[in-house]
Design a protein around this ligand. Structure first.
Ligand code: C2O
Ligand code: CU
Ligand code: CU
Length: 489
């Protein structure tokens, strides 16, 4: 909920700020094994997703009069032999009210799929909505038939069988509807979920080579905004200028808190908003340690005081709570909205767990592009001057070829530009903010282009030939037509 800044000063005296910051400054050194962490489970949290909201004051509350509820953690499911059903369901979001949401398998957010590189994905999707839909696996790189292209939308009552093998870097991806002109409303009403890919570098089939936090110390955070009417149902209008809700939800939880031990936590963060860009920071100030983003791990970690995250973008973040005293609180905030997103409450429990990684795997830079393509994001509905034609093929890209793609806008930004079928490396941003930020390094599939900015990326399609799309992930723009088909040949 929007709250005046004044509340922040009220919680600060409760936090041992110097100890917290000192803990973060003392990073480095040996990476501890996480054997102790592996035995922890989050069974006690897993069932919270369907229960009505029971407001309770967070231990060590102190945050004004806001009544906080425990952060929901969606159940984790292997994406093999499962049914994924998109349908309306009643969920508890606001105290004492039932929200009729559009859900995957009755959950908001949907279950978190978790699979390893090499695993086969077999999901039977059922459209239980009253309008066409299809599910796209944002960040996964399957062939066209499994990509959830708008051409594949199925009518109400229809179904779609997905079957593909995962062959890409470990990363947090996500899934959401992708029907022509209807994506914004469907995502907004609740259809979204995380899809974590793991590999031997990231978490290992045996052991944990980088010593990253696991089990209860690895937490997905799908952060989005929403507005509700007095009966607790979603308010929405699918305007091209973008829908902005008046409050935030984390994993479908309003005003959440999370009890944290004295340990390093790994947060897998997704901006699930239709249009809003989060500007994330901790209060009291402490580093958000970025170790990865859309396409997986970066080649080093970056401790940052704030990070901006556009719709569809992801972050792999460590936060060091090893010095957080019992009952002390730290708030994850959005500096632009001025909102408190998630309150961390110290348990005071010492854990012999993960440290901060001393090194991360290297990334081979793309180089020597053989062609340059220019994409203009015009008005609120056009890409390269055209409104999306679901049947047109606007250009062809040879498989395996490194290309320079240049994203230009003539206003109406920000445009979070997203490409299906490949990941890219951001080279430069000119105009506007005039730089590439640390959280935009490595491999990306979505990059924010603000007004007056030009962003250059290098991209190479290596996975499959076939029809894919490039589009703006501001869902009002996407549904308005800021999208284009292209074919990898
Ligand atoms: Cu997250 Cu084409 O979408
Ligand atoms: Cu996508
Ligand atoms: Cu846009």
């Amino acid at each position: 909920m929007p709250r005046p800044e004044g509340n922040m000063s009220r919680i600060q005296p409760q936090v041992d700020r110097r100890a917290f910051v000192r803990g973060i400054a003392a990073v480095g050194g040996a990476v501890l094994t996480s054997a102790a962490l592996g035995s922890c489970d989050r069974a006690d949290e897993a069932h919270h997703h369907v229960l009505p909201v029971e407001p309770e004051l967070a231990a060590g509350g102190g945050n004004g009069n806001v009544s906080r509820v425990r952060l929901r953690i969606p159940p984790t499911v292997a994406p093999s032999g499962v049914t994924l059903s998109a349908a309306p369901a009643g969920v508890g979001i606001l105290p004492g009210k039932t929200t009729t949401a559009w859900t995957y398998n009755g959950l908001l957010p949907g279950p978190t799929f978790s699979a390893r590189r090499g695993d086969r994905v077999s999901i039977s999707y059922i459209n239980g909505l009253a309008e066409p839909s299809i599910t796209h696996w944002h960040g996964l790189l399957p062939d066209h038939a499994n990509d959830g292209h708008p051409q594949q939308a199925v009518a109400p009552g229809g179904s779609y069988a997905y079957d593909f093998t995962i062959d890409q870097r470990a990363a947090l991806n996500w899934y959401h509807p992708h029907p022509h002109m209807l994506t914004g409303g469907q995502v907004y009403r609740g259809l979204a979920g995380g899809f974590i890919v793991r590999d031997d570098v990231d978490t290992g089939s045996v052991g944990n080579p980088l010593g990253l936090p696991v089990g209860a110390y690895e937490v997905p955070l799908i952060i989005r905004d929403a507005s509700f009417d007095s009966s607790g149902n979603f308010q929405f209008s699918n305007k091209s200028s973008g829908f902005f809700g008046n409050m935030s939800l984390v994993n479908g939880t309003a005003n959440p808190y999370l009890n944290v031990d004295r340990a390093v936590y790994r947060f897998r963060v997704l901006n699930g908003c239709n249009a809003r860009i989060w500007r994330l920071a901790l209060s009291p100030a402490a580093p958000l340690i970025v170790i990865g983003n859309d396409g997986g791990l970066l080649d080093q970690s970056y401790p940052l005081s704030e990070i901006s995250l556009g719709p569809g973008e992801r972050l792999d973040l460590l936060i060091d709570f090893r010095s957080l005293a019992a009952s002390a609180t730290v708030m994850l905030r959005c500096l632009d909205a001025g909102w408190d997103l998630l309150q961390f409450v110290g348990s005071g429990i010492n854990v012999l767990g993960a440290g901060l990684p001393t090194s991360l795997p290297s990334i081979v830079p793309l180089a020597a592009p053989v062609v340059t393509r220019r994409f203009t994001f015009d008005g609120m509905t056009r890409l390269n001057g055209k409104v999306y034609d679901i049947n047109a093929v606007e250009f062809q890209v040879p498989l395996g070829q490194v290309e320079r793609w240049v994203f230009v806008t003539n206003g109406n930004g920000p445009h979070p530009v997203h490409v299906h079928g490949a990941t890219f490396q951001v080279q430069k941003r000119t105009g506007g903010r005039g730089r590439v930020f640390d959280w935009e390094r490595g491999w990306k599939d979505t990059v924010v282009v603000n007004d007056r900015e030009t962003v250059e990326v290098l991209i190479r399609f290596v996975a499959h030939t076939g029809l894919y799309v490039i589009h703006c992930h501001q869902l009002g723009h996407e549904d308005g037509g800021m999208m284009a088909n292209f074919e990898v040949v």
